[in-house]
Structure formats: C-alpha cells, structure tokens
Write a protein that binds this ligand. Structure first.
Ligand SMILES: Nc1nc2c(ncn2[C@@H]2O[C@H](COP(=O)(O)OP(=O)(O)O)[C@@H](O)[C@H]2O)c(=O)[nH]1
Ligand SMILES: [Mg+2]
Length: 324
C-alpha cells in the first residue's frame, strides 16, 4: 500500500523499482498495482515504431520537449523486445534523451524481456498503468516494428506513429512488419537520404488503396525532414505533435477510444486468467511429476490429452459451473 501511495504521489524511484519487479513478474509487485487501477485511464498513450535506426529515439526526445512546452507531464518507456537485458542498444536511446533527466515531470525507463519470454508485453501494459497512476498526461512507447512481440507492445498505444526512412529497399517497411493496420500517423525521417520522394509516393499509393478509414481518419504522412536542419525540424515536430493531438480528439469523438481500451482490457483479462487460473495448475502438475506421468500415458496410447485435461478440469474446477 505504501508503494502505491508513493507512486500516486509521483515518486520516480519507487516507480522504477516497481516496473523492474513487474518485468521480473514478481507476485508482490502484481498485487501492488491493484489499487493503482482506480487512478488510471487518463493518460494518452502514444507508440512510436519503426526499424532500428529509423530515428524513433531522436523524434521522441523532441516530442517530449514539445509536450513540455505545452506544460504536459510525460512518461516514456523504451521497449526492446530483442534484448533480454536493459541497457545495451537502449543506453544510446537514453543518452539521446539525457536533457530531460533533471526534469521531474519527465520519467524515462527502458524495458526488456529480462529472460521472461512472452511476458514483456504484459509488463509494458502494467508499466503504463504505473505511469498513468503517477499522473503523467502523455505516455510514449518506443519499440521496433518487427516481430509479434513488437506488435503486441504497440497494441497498448492509443495513437501509433510509424517512422519510416528512405533507402530501405522498394518494399515499404511497414508492410513487411504487418504493422500497417495499426498505423495512425506515418513519419518520414532522414529526408536527405535518397528515395524520400519515392517512399512518400508509395505510402500515398498504399493509403489511396484503402477503401475506408475508421472514424474517417486517413493516416497523415508527416515529412519531418532532417534532424541536422534544426530550425525546420523543430517546426515539423510541432506539426507532428499537433497531428497526434488531432488523432486523439478524433478517436475520442468517434468512440474509437473506448474500443481500443476495451481491446486492451480484454487482453489483460486473458493474461490475468492465465496467470491466476491456468499457470498454478500447470506449475503444480510439473512440480509433482504428474505432467510427466500424463505425457507417458499419452505416449503409450493409454489416454489422450483431451481426456486428461477434462479429468483435471473436474478435479480443479467446480464440476457444475464448467461451460459446455
Ligand atoms: N542525418 C540524420 N540522422 C538522423 C536523423 N534522425 C536520427 N538520426 C541519427 O540516426 C541514428 C539512429 O537514430 P535513433 O533515434 O537512435 O533511431 P532509433 O533506433 O529508431 O531509435 C542516430 O545516430 C541519430 O543521430 C535525421 O533526421 N537525419
Ligand atoms: Mg531508439
């Protein structure tokens, strides 16, 4: 309870520790976040995704600065599904955002799978609740756009920004990663590189082929230019943040916001049932050696997995309340 209170008061150290424990799937941390739920649901969660090196961290750094100009408080989670350790490539990301370190209204944390495979997206979902309960107005996620895990992570966002760069081959990078369906805004970065115009044309073409846009929102393409041309780049970041805000208003007014939130809650419910109902049974079966015995039974054709699972259901769950 003490921890929850500190989080709600915005204590960054406590939040960091709690997020780390959530990554480790610490059971105590899981109960700590329960009372926080009542305080969540206010933040706008923005996801930045794209290939490594596309410029996500650079853009996020400037986006944070832009939100701070508007006096909004910001939390950022830099998620690396490919690495079992925090640090590494993410260290560079943190350095890129160093100027925010002494700003108490900005909280930046990197997250990785830390060996708990499959649990990363769940931990990110929980970490978002922690930042939300801290009272952050805006929560920014950074993740690479590849692999199922990257997509699972980006599903936590209300607004998804897909960062693209020229010169990555003919194929549009988003298509390859299957992330197109969830893109709300496209950004073309590093425009000094060859092929920026072509990339823009390809994206336009692809968007023209979509037959309908949910909520009437056609994903805009923002050409941010080149970070080295400081003045114009900053102006483009302003335009990006305005577009992100417009998207937020759009999903709220078309009731798409609650739809997205519902989808997220459904995932969380699924995870919770899995960890509270399913996992303890499996863990017990494995530890007692019964799982091994059942496997042998099936191997010898003395039983089959379906029958054995039904027997378990009768043993562990009340017989009469099982769904048909
Ligand atoms: N020339 C140029 N370099 C950029 C631009 N944006 C990012 N970079 C550089 O590209 C590298 C990767 O950027 P980073 O933001 O870490 O990409 P991330 O992996 O997507 O987070 C860094 O060395 C940046 O300084 C840009 O617009 N122009
Ligand atoms: Mg990065």
């Amino acid at each position: 309870m003490e921890t929850a209170k500190k989080i709600m008061a915005g204590d960054a150290r406590t939040a960091s520790l709690l997020i780390r424990k959530l990554e480790d799937r610490n059971p105590q941390a899981k109960s700590t976040i329960k009372p926080l739920y009542q305080k969540t649901g206010k933040a706008h969660v923005i996801g930045f995704t794209g290939s490594p090196g596309a410029g996500k961290s650079t853009l996020i750094d400037l986006t944070i600065a832009e939100y701070r100009k508007k006096d909004k408080t910001v939390g950022a989670l830099l998620v690396d599904p490919s690495s079992p350790f925090s640090g590494g490539a993410l260290l560079g990301d943190r350095i890129r955002m160093e100027r925010h370190i002494h700003d108490k209204d900005v909280f930046i944390r990197s997250m990785s799978s830390r060996g708990a495979l499959g649990g990363l997206s769940r931990a990110v979902g929980e970490a978002i609740h922690v930042l939300d309960a801290m009272g952050k107005d805006v929560i920014i996620l950074e993740t690479v756009g590849t692999g199922q895990m990257g997509i699972d992570v980006i599903n936590h966002a209300h607004t998804v920004v897909v960062v693209q760069i020229p010169g990555m081959g003919d194929e549009i990078q988003a298509l390859k990663a299957g992330i197109l369906e969830i893109a709300d805004i496209f950004v073309i970065n590093k425009e000094h590189q060859m092929g920026a115009g072509k990339l823009y044309q390809e994206l336009m073409h692809m968007l023209n082929m979509m037959d309908k846009y949910p909520g009437g929102w056609r994903p805009p393409i923002i050409r941010v230019g080149n970070v080295t041309e400081k003045r114009s780049f900053e102006a483009r970041i302003e335009a990006l943040v305005d577009t992100i805000e417009e998207h937020y208003v759009n999903i709220v007014t078309h009731d798409l916001f609650s739809e997205r939130v519902k989808r997220k809650i459904a995932l969380e419910m699924n995870d919770a049932i899995e960890s509270v109902v399913f996992e303890p049974i499996i863990t017990h079966l494995v530890a007692s050696g019964e799982f091994e015995r059942m496997t042998t039974q099936v191997l010898k054709r003395q039983s089959d997995p379906g029958t054995l699972a039904e027997e378990l259901a009768h043993r562990y769950l009340s017989r009469n309340v099982l769904p048909p």
